[in-house]
Each structure stands twice: as C-alpha cells, then as structure tokens.
Design a protein around this ligand. Sequence first.
Ligand code: 48H
Length: 255
Amino acid sequence: MKEVEITEIIIREYLGSLLRALDSDVIIAGGGPSSLVAGYYLAKAGKKVTILERKLSLGGGTWGGGMGFKYVILEENCLPILQELNINYTKKGEDLYAVDSIALASGLIFNAVKAGAEIFNLVSVEDLVVKDNRVKGVVVNASPIEIARLHVDPITMKANAVVDATGHDLEVVKVLLKKNNLKIFTETGDIVGERSMDVEEGERITLEKTGEVFPGLYVAGMAACACFGGPRMGPIFGGMLLSGKKLAEILVEKV
Ligand code: 48H
C-alpha cells in the first residue's frame, strides 16, 4: 500500500539520520545564524557536524530583521561570506550593507544543508553529558515533549565538541553551571551576562570571545556575547556570521 510505503521511507530515513548523529565531531545547540555559518564551514572541511534546533524553522533571530522590518545590516568584513554563500547584499552607507533577512536566513540554511551538516529541527538540548571534568555530549528531547512538559526521559548524543549557539538565553552553559559545581573560563567563572546596546563593542566582544568556555564546550554568536558580558548590538549580524566562521576555524583544528 503506497500510504504505508511513504511512511516506511520517512521512518527509515529519519532513523538513519538519527543513528548517524549519535557520534559527531561537533554538535551545535541552536540553529541561528552563527550556528549555520559554523555548520557550513565545518561540513565543508569534512567534519561530521550536527545542528539541533528546538523550533520548526532554522535561522533563529534572522527572519525578523529589525522590529519585524525584514532587513539586517552587515559590514564589509562579512562580504566574503555572503559572496561564498551566494547571498545578495546592497551597499547603503559607509561600511553598511543591507541584506533581505529572508534571503539571509534561507541562504544560510540552504548552504549548511548543501555542505553536509546534519540538521534536526524540533529537537531541544536539555542537558549535557559531563565526565572527567569535560563535556562529552548532549542530552536531547523532542521539542513537542518539552513544550507539553510531559514526563518523558531524553536520549543522548556524543561529540568531540559541543557548541552553545542558543543565542541570548545561553541555555547550554546555564544548565552546565546549574547542575555541576564548576567554573567556566570567564573572569568570574560564572556567566557575566548581556549588557545594553553598543554595536561596535558588541560585535568586537562576540568575535573575541567565540571559543571554548569549558573543556569540550564552546560558545558562538549571541551566546558568546552574553556569556562574557558583551553588549547587545541589535539587527547588525556581522558578529554572528564572523563568530560562526571563527568557531569553525577553531574546531577544524581541534576535532
Ligand atoms: C535547541 C535551542 C535551544 C535548545 C535555543 O538567537 P539565535 O538567532 O542565535 P545567534 O546567536 O546565532 O544569533 C543571534 C541573533 O539572532 C540575535 O538575536 C541578535 C544579533 N541580537 C542582537 C540584539 O541586540 O538583540 O538563534 C538561537 C537558536 C534559536 O533558533 C532557538 O530556537 C534555538 O537556538 N535554541 N535549540 N535546544 N536548548 N535554545
């Protein structure tokens, strides 16, 4: 029966993807712009990279531009990334380029998938595997189960490196600190927290602090900014794209 044949293909394909993802070089929690750029460059370099996104759609905060006006701003230092990913932009001012946020989100998703990143939507990272003072994997659940607050146990995936790219909420680092009596590689040993808007400083700190925050655990994008006490930067996305690229460069060497 065709109906059952369709169902069987879906189940087998999904289980194949899931089984492959159980042992990755890199697992990235969150599927926003920094994650997708990192996923693209890691996959392009031949790494086995898995992206886990809670929502139905990937792209995080890209889609809405500024206050729902569907444009984001990038600076000249991002143009090589846009050109490589074939995403259009328009010069608008001294070192300011406008990009249609729908083109950016869909372009980032398409290129990450095309390069070979394994992406799961509707999967939430709720905890970590921590052994011998090192992060060794993620504990995940189906988002509908999480959202419905059902009492269902999660499953586990392992990776050489785990990345918190969950944006402003910094969910993975938060759970690491909440459940384990330990310190991370910030000045205070704890999350410093996001500060109020300052575009240049926010972009600078995001890029500078992208990297390892605890053995086996890395931060990228807005999570790096919030973790190390950087200011927010609003709808300018250069820091996010460059953070993803920097993270990939670090991990290509390490894993
Ligand atoms: C699975 C999760 C979990 C979880 C969250 O916020 P994002 O777009 O991430 P970034 O850091 O790449 O980009 C930030 C940018 O969008 C932004 O907000 C900027 C520049 N703000 C500046 C300002 O001033 O406001 O995406 C994070 C993604 C989202 O899609 C979440 O659904 C997802 O992570 N996520 N996925 N498991 N536990 N937590």
